[in-house]
Design a protein around this ligand. Structure first.
Ligand SMILES: [Zn+2]
Length: 370
């Protein structure tokens, strides 16, 4: 990110105001290149990338393409800090945090959702993210009744992206049950629930709205987790839009691993890989509870590990097997999840430091040093 005013580096070409950026080194689709001149028009579109150019325009040392924030629940930005005290139970953990989140979510209407989303999207743009994958599960009114437009809340997020200009991949979440035993949703979860049929309707409506705004936007599907969808509904979600990405929370908490194992006889990653052809289309969020075999299976499959190091630290989830996964050439991306802090650099630092603490070593992700 260039932090200084670039207005003095503007030219006019074909009616557009062109900005020129020159970098000693830039990461391009051809890999690292030197003396790179990049021209950008006033719509923010890159017009040309020319290595081996003389210094000109706004000069910088190193330039990277802006990454995508691959996992966000935008509304949680507005509760950042509210859960940083110990609850009445005497000890605090993921599940007590989740209760507070449910109380908070009960207060939100579609206007709140649009305002909070636009605000956090702006912060993400400022932090260097070009796009956001919004894992969106607050669909209905507080008592669980759908709005007249079943995709009202999705539309609020799409409207926010249209306003902020961020690239949006909306991931409407399919959420059916309160646990692996298919118990009904609890009070705090009613806003999330859909049958597969309702979800198909919601997905189609949101897809039409997304198509209208364009703006580098896309849609995917998000079966919430193995706890919240039946095996049949997961199958349904994967077939709903076969060319679109699938995102799912997986293997985040010890309690979740135990619940899935007792209900389905397998650990979450094991169960998923035994029952689905998991490939590049899949983005598995967290994976902080994986054994060696699971780490190898995910790395080999081409699925993306969706890591959210700040949130995983904040919630006490556990540590991702980063050294082994990346050593086996697994793919990963970074998400801001609960949005307690919007900082790509801090996410990456936390990932690296988690590995240092775990392995008692230094400079573990050295492949990323430049
Ligand atoms: Zn999440």
């Amino acid at each position: 990110m260039l932090k200084y005013n670039m207005s003095r580096h503007n030219n006019f070409v074909n009616g557009y105001v062109m900005q020129t950026i020159w970098a000693e080194q830039a990461l391009t689709s051809q890999g690292w290149q030197s003396d790179v001149c990049i021209s950008v028009d006033d719509r923010g579109v890159i017009i040309s990338v020319e290595p081996g150019s003389p210094p000109q325009g706004a000069k910088t040392g190193i330039l990277l393409p802006s990454p995508i924030n691959l996992h966000s629940h935008s509304f949680q930005r507005a509760m950042a800090g509210l859960s940083e005290h110990r609850g009445p139970m005497g000890s605090d953990n993921f599940w007590t945090w989740r209760n507070l989140m449910y109380r908070f979510v009960g207060q939100l209407n579609p206007d709140d959702m649009a305002a909070i989303s636009a605000f956090v999207q702006m912060e993400m743009l400022e932090a260097g993210f070009a796009g956001i994958c919004e894992f969106h599960y607050v669909h209905h009114q507080p008592d669980g009744t759908p709005y007249n437009n079943i995709a009202e809340m999705s539309d609020a997020i799409i409207e926010a992206a249209d306003q902020s200009g961020i690239g949006l991949t909306l991931l409407p979440v399919l959420y059916q049950f309160g646990g692996c035993d298919e118990r009904p949703l609890g009070d705090g979860q009613r806003r999330f629930g859909n049958t597969p049929e309702q979800f198909g309707q919601l997905f189609d409506t949101a897809r039409s709205t997304i198509a209208r705004i364009g703006n580098h936007s896309n849609i995917g599907v998000a079966p919430h987790s193995l706890r919240a969808v039946s095996p049949e509904a997961l199958e349904f979600a994967t077939k709903l839009a076969p060319d679109k990405p699938i995102h799912m929370h997986l293997a985040e908490q010890v309690g979740e691993v135990e619940e899935v194992r007792s209900a389905r006889g397998r650990r979450p990653v094991e169960w998923l890989y035994e029952n689905h052809e998991v490939n590049e289309r899949w983005c598995l969020i967290h994976l902080t509870q994986m054994n060696e075999q699971e780490t190898a299976a995910v790395a080999k499959s081409g699925a993306v590990a969706g890591l959210c190091p700040l949130t995983e630290s904040s919630l006490g989830d556990g540590t991702f097997n980063g050294r082994d996964f990346i050593g086996q050439e697994g793919f990963f991306g970074i998400g801001s999840d609960s949005n307690i802090q919007i900082s790509l650099a801090e996410e990456l630092r936390t990932l690296e430091y988690s590995q240092r603490l775990h392995h008692r070593q230094r400079a573990i992700h050295r492949a990323f040093a430049v």
